[in-house]
Design a protein around this ligand. Structure first.
Ligand SMILES: Cc1cc2nc3c(=O)[nH]c(=O)nc-3n(C[C@H](O)[C@H](O)[C@H](O)COP(=O)(O)OP(=O)(O)OC[C@H]3O[C@@H](n4cnc5c(N)ncnc54)[C@H](O)[C@@H]3O)c2cc1C
Length: 510
C-alpha cells in the first residue's frame, strides 16, 4: 500500500510537470498549429505524448491519487477543466481530474476559429448589435431545429457571462470574427487572432494550478461504478495498475468520437474512411461509460463533417479564413457555393464538384488576420503565388477564369448581390501575393451524446437524473442538433462546464 502510494505520489507530481511542459511546448505548438488527425498518424500522436512525458525524471514529492473524492472529472479538455475550476470556486474542495492521454487539452487544444457569444462587452465596445435570442435562433435553425431548444437558450443566455468568466481567469477573447451560419460577428478569439484552443487550455491550466487542483494524466477511466440509483465511483487504469476510487459526484467530460473508426462505422457507416480532424484520444469512451451506467444516448448519428480539411495532413483549415474574406473555387476556377453557409451545406456542395477538387483561395490580408495561416504554410500545405496568375499556374487552373471569379467576388464584397447568397465575411481580395489550400470534408464533431438537462445531470431513458452523475462538453448530445455552427462548441464547453461545477457544488451542499 505504502509502495503504491509512493508510486502515485510520483505520478501526481509528474503530471504537474508534464502539464506545464504541455502548455509551453506541446500545447502551444499543437493547439495553435492545429496538428490534427492523429487517428491517421498514430506515430505522430505517440511522439507528442512522449514529448510531454520526457521530464519524468524530474519527479518530486506530491499528493497521489486518493481513494476518495468529492468530485472526479473524467477528461482534461475545456469542459473538464472549466467544471473543476468552477466547482472549486463554488466551494467544492476535494477534486481531481483524470486524463487518459499524456497531454492535457483533448480536442479543445485544436479549436481554431473562436468561441461564439452574444451581448458581450466586446461586441458592445465594437458597436456590434447582437442578442441572445438571435444567437439562439441561428443556432437552432443552423442545427435543423433538432437541438433541445431549452439547452440552446441556456447556452446563448449564459454566453456573455462565460466570456467574462474566461477574462477573469486571464483568457481574453476580444477579437471578433464570423463563421458560417451567423449574421453578425459573434465569434470571439484572442486579441492577436491566434487559434483559440491553445490560449484557452493554457489559461485554464494556469487557473487549475493557481487553485492547486490536480490533473492526473495517463489515467484512463474504464468504468463508472453504480450502486442502486447512484453513480459513486470509478475504475481507473494507470501505469501502476488498476484502481477503484469513490466519488460523491462524477462528471464525464471525455469528448467526442472522431478518432474511433469502429464507432463511426456503427453510427454513420457512410462516413467510413473519411479523415478526421480529432486528436487521438477522441475515441468515444464517454458514450460507452455513460451508457453502461444507465445514461441515454441521443442523436448519435449526428456526426459533423467539416468542409475545409487538408486531406494529406487532416488539418482543419479554420473557418475564420473564409470569415475574413477567403473564397472556395473548384477545378474550373469558379466559385460554387456561399462559403459562409453552414458546414453541412458547404461540405455537400464540395462533394458535387468535378473530381471533388476544391481550393480555398486568400490574399495577404486574410493571411495576416489569421495567425493559423502561417502555421499552415509552415506545415507545407499552402501554395503561394507571387500573384493570382502564378497561383493559378501552380494549381493548374485557368488564370483568366480565376481572375474573373475574383473580380466578380470583389464586386459582391463591394455591395453587389451574390448569385450564391453570400452576405457575410465579405472583404475584397487584393492579389499581390496569393495563397491556396486544397481542401475536402473531414469528420469533425459529435453532436449527439449523453442526454442531459440544464443542470448537466445525465438522464436515463425515462428522463430521470442519475444521482451523482453529470456530463459536459462534446460527450453530451442535443445542443447542436443536425449541424454545429463554428464557434459553438467552445461556447458549449465553457458555459456548460462552468454550470456543471456550480451544479455539483449545489448537489454536494444538499
Ligand atoms: C481541429 C479542431 C478545430 C476546432 N475548432 C473549433 C473552434 O474554432 N470553435 C469551436 O467552437 N469548436 C472547435 N472545435 C470543436 C471543439 O474544440 C471541441 O468540440 C471541444 O473543444 C470539446 O471539448 P471537450 O472538453 O468536450 O472535449 P476534449 O477537449 O476533447 O477533452 C476530452 C478529454 O477527455 C479525455 N478522455 C477521453 N476518454 C477518457 C477516459 N476514458 N479517461 C480519461 N480521460 C479520457 C480525452 O483524452 C480528452 O483530453 C474544433 C475541433 C477540432 C478537432
Amino acid at each position: 500500500m505504502e509502495q503504491n502510494n509512493k508510486l502515485s505520489m510520483s505520478r501526481r507530481h509528474f503530471v504537474g510537470v508534464a502539464s506545464i511542459l504541455g502548455a509551453s511546448l506541446g500545447l502551444a505548438a499543437c493547439g495553435q498549429s492545429e496538428q490534427a488527425a492523429p487517428e491517421k498518424k498514430p506515430e505522430e500522436a505517440k511522439e507528442k505524448s512522449a514529448e510531454a512525458t520526457k521530464p519524468a525524471e524530474e519527479k518530486k514529492e506530491g499528493a497521489g491519487l486518493q481513494d476518495e473524492y468529492d468530485l472526479v472529472v473524467v477528461g482534461a479538455g475545456g469542459a473538464g477543466l472549466s467544471t473543476a475550476i468552477s466547482a472549486f470556486d463554488a466551494g467544492v474542495k476535494n477534486i481531481c481530474v483524470l486524463e487518459k492521454m499524456g497531454v492535457v487539452g483533448g480536442n479543445s487544444n485544436f479549436a481554431t476559429s473562436g468561441m461564439n457569444a452574444s451581448e458581450t462587452k466586446y461586441q458592445k465596445e465594437q458597436g456590434i448589435e447582437d442578442s441572445n435570442v438571435l444567437f439562439a435562433d441561428e443556432t437552432f435553425k443552423g442545427g435543423h431545429e433538432l437541438g433541445n431548444r431549452e439547452l440552446v437558450d441556456f447556452m446563448c443566455q449564459h454566453s456573455a457571462g462565460a466570456i467574462d468568466w474566461l477574462a477573469e481567469n486571464g483568457i481574453v477573447l476580444d477579437n471578433l470574427t464570423q463563421t458560417g451560419g451567423m449574421s453578425v460577428k459573434r465569434c470571439h478569439r484572442p486579441t492577436d487572432g491566434a487559434a483559440v484552443g491553445g490560449v484557452l487550455i493554457k489559461g485554464l491550466k494556469a487557473a487549475m494550478e493557481k487553485r492547486s487542483l490536480p490533473i492526473f494524466d495517463e489515467h484512463k477511466v474504464t468504468k463508472l461504478v453504480k450502486e442502486g440509483d447512484s453513480v459513486n465511483g470509478l475504475e481507473v487504469e494507470t501505469k501502476e495498475g488498476k484502481k477503484t476510487i469513490k466519488a460523491k459526484a462524477i462528471v464525464l467530460a471525455a469528448g467526442g468520437l472522431g478518432s474511433n473508426q469502429e464507432l463511426i462505422k456503427k453510427y454513420r457507416p457512410d462516413l467510413e474512411g473519411y479523415v478526421s480532424t480529432n486528436h487521438a484520444g477522441a475515441t468515444g469512451d464517454g458514450y460507452v461509460l455513460g451508457e453502461e451506467a444507465g445514461a441515454e444516448l441521443i442523436q448519435m448519428d449526428q456526426i459533423q463533417i467539416h468542409p475545409t480539411v487538408e486531406q494529406s495532413s487532416a488539418k482543419l483549415i479554420g473557418e475564420a479564413l473564409r470569415g475574413s474574406g477567403g473564397i472556395l473555387v473548384n477545378k474550373e476556377a469558379k466559385r460554387f457555393t456561399n462559403e459562409m453557409d453552414t458546414r453541412d451545406k458547404v461540405s455537400a456542395a464540395e462533394l458535387k464538384q468535378p473530381e471533388k477538387i476544391v481550393y480555398l483561395i486568400f490574399d495577404q490580408k486574410v493571411y495576416d488576420a489569421n495567425k493559423a495561416a502561417a502555421k499552415y504554410e509552415k506545415a507545407g500545405i499552402t501554395k503561394k503565388g507571387t500573384d493570382l496568375a502564378d497561383l493559378a499556374k501552380q494549381l493548374e487552373l485557368d488564370p483568366t477564369t480565376l481572375q474573373a471569379t475574383v473580380d466578380a467576388y470583389n464586386e459582391v464584397a463591394g455591395g453587389k448581390a451574390d448569385e450564391f447568397g453570400r452576405t457575410t465575411g465579405l472583404a475584397q481580395l487584393d492579389f499581390g501575393t496569393a495563397y491556396a489550400i486544397k481542401v475536402a470534408p473531414g469528420i469533425h464533431h459529435a453532436m449527439g451524446g449523453i442526454k442531459i438537462n440544464d443542470k448537466n445531470q445525465a438522464l436515463d431513458k425515462d428522463n430521470n437524473p442519475i444521482k451523482g452523475f453529470y456530463a459536459a462538453g462534446e460527450v453530451t448530445g442535443g445542443i447542436h442538433g443536425g449541424n454545429r455552427i463554428g464557434g459553438n462548441a467552445v461556447c458549449d464547453i465553457i458555459v456548460f462546464g462552468k454550470n456543471t461545477g456550480e451544479q455539483v457544488a449545489e448537489f454536494l451542499k444538499a
